[in-house]
Ligand binder design. Structure first.
Ligand code: ATP
Ligand code: MG
Length: 182
């Protein structure tokens, strides 16, 4: 499983539809300061369910992530981002070779909608789809600079929990906790 493509439209600095194609060997996104590198990372986390506007480095409402205009361009009314994952190895619990996950938001009502392979769904369906893949928004698939220093400074027990997450043990512990509390 790998991320094949990101399509962004109206998300932060990406006013026009922008398609970024990856292959399995992608190693980095480079460019001058302010060109939108971190915005691509924000877009990925947004689609994977990030609900904290602060962590997306935006204003106060989720609709603040919509392109707000520039010297030459008017603001737009909608942001939409699609992640296309290769699923030929069936890491997602789905028979499709490609999984497309889309999130969009309208400025008019600050409301988000979600789609899996173009079919409307709930955020919960996306969370469920990615849960056992290591892709969840709190998983280790995205490691920030801050994560690295806190990992280095962490107490041994906290560091152990990161290894448990990476090894796929954490989800069983979470499930055990849920079933014992019922
Ligand atoms: P650096 O190398 O400094 O980390 P970067 O490439 O990571 O830079 P980003 O933080 O991704 O840059 O992009 C910052 C740019 O995105 C700024 O120019 C900012 O004005 C623009 N931007 C962020 N949100 C919006 C928005 N809602 N509408 C329009 N532009 C936006
Ligand atoms: Mg940056």
């Amino acid at each position: 499983m790998f991320l094949k493509r990101i399509e962004l439209q109206g998300f932060k600095s990406f006013a026009d539809k922008t398609v970024i194609q990856f292959d399995q060997d992608i190693t980095g996104i480079v460019g001058p300061n302010g060109c939108g590198k971190s915005n691509v990372n924000d877009a990925i986390r947004w689609v994977l369910g990030e609900q904290s506007v602060k962590s997306l480095r935006s204003g106060t409402n989720m609709s603040d992530i919509i392109f707000s205009g520039s010297e030459y361009r008017k603001p737009v009314n909608m942001a939409r981002v699609t992640l296309v994952f290769d699923n030929s190895t069936r890491v997602f619990d789905s028979d499709f070779d490609e999984i497309e996950i889309t999130r969009q938001i309208l400025r008019a009502n600050n409301e988000a909608s979600y789609f899996i392979n173009k079919t409307p769904c709930r955020l919960k369906d996306i969370n469920d789809l990615v849960m056992d893949t290591g892709l969840g928004k709190d998983s280790l698939s995205i490691i920030t600079q801050g994560n690295i220093s806190s990992f280095a400074d962490a107490k041994p027990e906290d560091r152990r929990s990161l290894f448990e997450e990476a090894a796929g043990v954490a989800k069983y512990k979470k499930r055990k906790k849920v079933s014992l509390s019922k």
